[in-house]
Design a protein around this ligand. Structure first.
Ligand SMILES: O=C(O)CCC(=O)C(=O)O
Ligand SMILES: [Fe+2]
Length: 279
């Protein structure tokens, strides 16, 4: 299979693609490289009508490289590779409900994730993605030059720690690793390791400041960059259906899971793919 034979529908101008005519459990090496290129270019690819067992999900993920074992989310007791991104009927808090990039708090941030829909609410529960290539491209040459010299500090302690955001919620008790501390410094703008394109690499969940700047200075700049990052034309909406699988790239996108289905259960299986240091 070549890129020409993939049936691709863009999800927005700059972000996301939907693919309908492939079987991820049986994809050839060439087909896999086409999907890999598409994920690096479009940031997220949603593949419809799949029937992946947990074992096939794991086997498919291993073809991308190393698996990154998430230390905070609940895991499937049978398959430690699989994190459970789950919200039950009675819960009101979801995982990933604000804009973020997974694992930016790691020194080697995860490359991306493969998320498989297992149980969906009758409506709602979409996931939004935004292109960090488009966010970067939308800035002036002057601001790009300034940002190119800056690095940002990331951590998850205020989110997953014992006094963090989740500890106070009704999913706090399901989280693991509350004593794990994380700290990483990455360039504010990275060169994507696969596509070679520049992308903005700060996010509202895990970035706590610009290296060497005060909190106030950092917040002023970061808030401006965040406003550029979620321009409507950069945002793609993944509407889940039974059999949908999304593969995304954390270096090229942000995402957020809509929390608009209270009273219903939603269960997703996530395998996170290991990444590399970013420059
Ligand atoms: O539930 C979703 O759609 C995505 C949640 C999330 O942020 C993640 O799995 O990284
Ligand atoms: Fe996430």
């Amino acid at each position: 299979m070549t890129a020409q034979t993939l049936s691709i529908r863009p999800l927005s101008d700059s972000c996301g693609a939907e693919v309908t005519d492939i079987d991820l459990a049986r994809i050839s090496d060439t087909g896999l490289s086409d999907i890999r290129r598409l994920v690096a270019e479009r940031g997220v690819v949603v593949v419809r009508d799949q029937d992946l067992s947990p074992q096939q999900h794991i086997a498919f993920a291993r073809r991308w490289g190393e698996i990154d074992y998430n230390r905070f989310f609940p895991i499937d007791p049978q398959y430690p590779e699989i994190a459970l991104v789950q919200k039950d009927e009675a819960q009101t808090t979801n995982i990933g409900g604000g804009w973020h990039t997974d694992h930016s708090y790691d020194v080697e941030p995860a490359m991306g994730s493969i998320l498989v829909a297992r149980e969906l609410p009758p409506s709602g529960g979409d996931t939004l993605f935004s292109s960090m290539y488009a966010a970067w491209d939308s800035l002036s040459d002057g601001l790009k030059a300034t940002l190119s010299a800056l690095r940002a500090v990331h951590t998850s302690d205020h989110i997953y720690g014992p006094d963090g955001v989740f500890a106070k919620t009704d999913i706090g008790a399901t989280l693991r690793g509350q004593d794990a501390h994380t700290h990483a410094v990455h360039p504010v703008a990275i060169t994507h390791p696969d596509s070679g394109r520049k992308a903005l690499f700060v996010n509202p969940a895990f970035t706590i400041g610009i290296e060497g700047w005060t909190r106030e200075e950092s917040q002023a700049l970061l808030q401006y960059l965040y406003s550029r990052a979620i321009q409507p034309q950069n945002v793609a909406r993944v509407e889940w259906r039974p059999g949908s699988v999304a593969i995304w790239d954390n270096r090229a996108t942000w995402h957020m899971a809509k929390n608009d289905y209270h009273g219903h259960r939603r269960v997703m299986h996530r395998i996170t793919l290991a990444g590399s240091p970013l420059h």
